[in-house]
Design a protein around this ligand. Structure first.
Ligand SMILES: Cc1cc2nc3c(=O)[nH]c(=O)nc-3n(C[C@H](O)[C@H](O)[C@H](O)COP(=O)(O)OP(=O)(O)OC[C@H]3O[C@@H](n4cnc5c(N)ncnc54)[C@H](O)[C@@H]3O)c2cc1C
Ligand code: FES
Ligand code: FES
Length: 491
């Protein structure tokens, strides 16, 4: 058992103990290290001013990720190397190519957002296959807000930086690998601080034991929800248990049951494998939070929070996903829709945790569509999310269907009356009308700050029309997405 965390800040090794379990990386950087280049804007993962770069060793590969330091806890750095904007300039004073491009192309005015942008841009430069396309760059930078420069000069700077030769961080690749390898010791870590403690289990077995011993503890995967309980909810959490750093849970793999996504797998890591099964789901995942949020937030954390407006659960329910739960030595499987019992209440026993979620291979001929409706295109929580899976028989009838919605009830929920109206029918206008009538009985949504009940109900019914227009045989191949919508991503 180790009683401190170990990581690098720049090239300096740190071994830290005795801190509060909810101390954020941002507060540690600014208050303890005086690294004030990393800014605090929203303190809730929205603006990107606090973006830092975290590098980890996965196998023999270095993986560079931009994350929001304001909602990452300090202990989440165990085994990693952290870079802030202060690490970019060369000892001889030369700017990093990204910084130079921001100067050359007038990418900053007041400069408050600039360090965060620069760190996201450096991370993008280190993304294998990083594209010069506007859409890819907009997606990479959607988690950084600027309120004075305008995004066009920043995108131009990004393109210039992408053409630059290797930077000084790249020249340290072998040294970084050697350092990070030396930090791996396979030990569980337990840190006690003034306001509580945190356990970093070394394995799923150690996690099961720790959580059984203290079922009141708070599990933390990527902290993109839990972080806000602290920074905005001002909650004290006396015992945190890490899920996100458990190596056995950090696996995404094909199994006979389907694609198994471990509880420590982030949305960034899961996006391509899920999109390979269900392309529309990949498109929705691209719009979950921002690059920084997807780099930290996990697919299973999105289930664990029990939110009625999480984007993952309706997608996964429509895809027929199965949840893998574990309590001590006991394992069980549950169709995902049965996990959500009522608002704030899930089918999870004290000491039980999510080990993984499994997405079955879609049957041949499955048509899967998912539509996220939110006020802003990027970085916004859904007002409504509808996910539809239809399987047609050889005669062209709808043989099976699974439809799930978020934002329409107190939990993510299947539209069972709508499904019944579609079952065994040809996909015609008459069937559409019957399904729309049925949908009005499936849900009684509420009004809240995201939308009114009327809007939600109307949109849900209209999404059926959209599904029909995109998938009914007579409309085959119709694309309803508006031309140019992608270019609006940063407006
Ligand atoms: C700026 C911003 C934008 C966001 N945008 C979106 C969005 O567009 N769509 C969306 O759906 N969400 C969004 N979110 C919410 C969040 O990113 C997701 O819910 C994310 O998937 C949570 O994963 P996590 O690993 O960070 O969870 P954590 O914050 O670590 O945990 C979330 C909850 O799950 C529990 N938990 C974690 N792991 C387990 C486990 N293995 N077993 C049981 N319980 C567990 C925790 O105790 C906690 O209650 C956004 C968040 C932010 C900050
Ligand atoms: S301060 Fe805004 S994302 Fe962290
Ligand atoms: S330069 Fe002022 S907020 Fe971006």
């Amino acid at each position: 058992m180790r009683e401190s965390i170990r990581f690098y800040l720049g090239s300096v090794r740190h071994q830290v103990s005795g801190f509060s379990p909810t101390r954020t990386v941002l507060d540690w950087l600014r208050e303890d290290r005086r690294r004030t280049g990393t800014k605090e804007g929203c303190n809730e993962g929205d603006c990107g001013a606090c973006t830092v770069l975290v590098v980890r060793l996965e196998g023999d590969t270095l993986v560079w990720r931009a994350v929001n330091a304001c909602i990452q806890f300090l202990w989440m750095l165990d085994g990693a190397q952290l870079f802030t904007v202060e690490d970019l300039r060369s000892p001889d004073g030369a700017l990093h190519p990204v910084q130079q491009a921001m100067v050359d192309l007038h990418g900053a005015q007041c400069g408050f957002c600039t360090p965060g942008f620069v760190m996201s841009m450096v991370a993008y430069c280190k993304t294998p296959g990083a594209s010069m396309e506007d859409e890819a760059i907009n997606t990479a930078l959607a988690g950084n807000l600027c309120r004075c420069t305008g995004y066009a000069p920043i995108v131009r700077a990004m393109k210039q930086a992408l053409t630059a030769p290797a930077d000084r961080l790249d020249t340290q690749t072998e040294a970084i690998k050697t350092r990070l390898k030396a930090l791996v010791d396979g030990q569980t870590v337990e840190i006690a601080g003034p306001e509580g403690r945190v356990t970093l289990p070394a394995s799923a077995d150690a996690l099961a034991a720790a959580y059984q011993a203290d079922p009141q503890a708070t599990l933390v995967a990527g902290a993109t929800d839990v972080g806000l309980w602290v920074t905005k909810g001002l909650r004290t959490l006396p015992h945190l248990i890490s899920v996100g750093l458990v190596p056995d849970l950090h696996k995404i793999e094909p199994t006979p049951e389907g694609l198994r996504i471990g509880a420590a797998v982030t949305y960034t890591e899961a996006k391509e494998p899920i999109a390979a099964l269900l392309p529309d789901a990949g498109e929705v995942i691209r719009r979950i939070g921002s690059t920084q949020v997807r780099n930290a937030g996990t697919v299973c954390g999105n289930i664990g929070n029990g939110s009625p407006i999480g984007d993952g659960p309706p997608l996964l329910i429509a895809a027929g996903a199965v949840l893998k739960l574990r309590c001590g030595e006991a394992h069980r499987s549950l169709p995902l829709e049965e996990y959500f019992l009522a608002y704030g209440k899930q089918d999870r026993q004290p000491g039980e945790f999510i080990e993984a979620v499994v997405i079955p291979q879609p049957q041949p001929g499955t048509v899967f569509r998912a539509y996220k409706i939110s006020k802003r295109f990027d970085q916004d929580i859904s007002a409504v999310l509808g996910a539809f899976s239809l399987v047609f028989d050889d005669a062209g009838r709808i043989a099976t269907t699974r439809i799930a919605f978020g934002g329409m009830a107190a939990t993510p929920k299947r539209a069972s009356a709508t499904e019944a109206a579609l079952q065994g029918k040809f996909w015609t206008e008459a069937t559409l009308k019957a399904a729309q009538d049925a949908m009005k009985t499936d849900f009684a949504p509420i009004s809240d700050m995201r939308s009114s009940a009327w809007y939600r109900q109307t949109v849900a019914v209209n999404l059926l029309t959209r599904l029909f227009v995109e998938t009914a045989p007579e409309h085959a191949g119709t694309e309803t997405r508006l031309a140019g919508w992608k270019e609006q991503a940063h407006v």
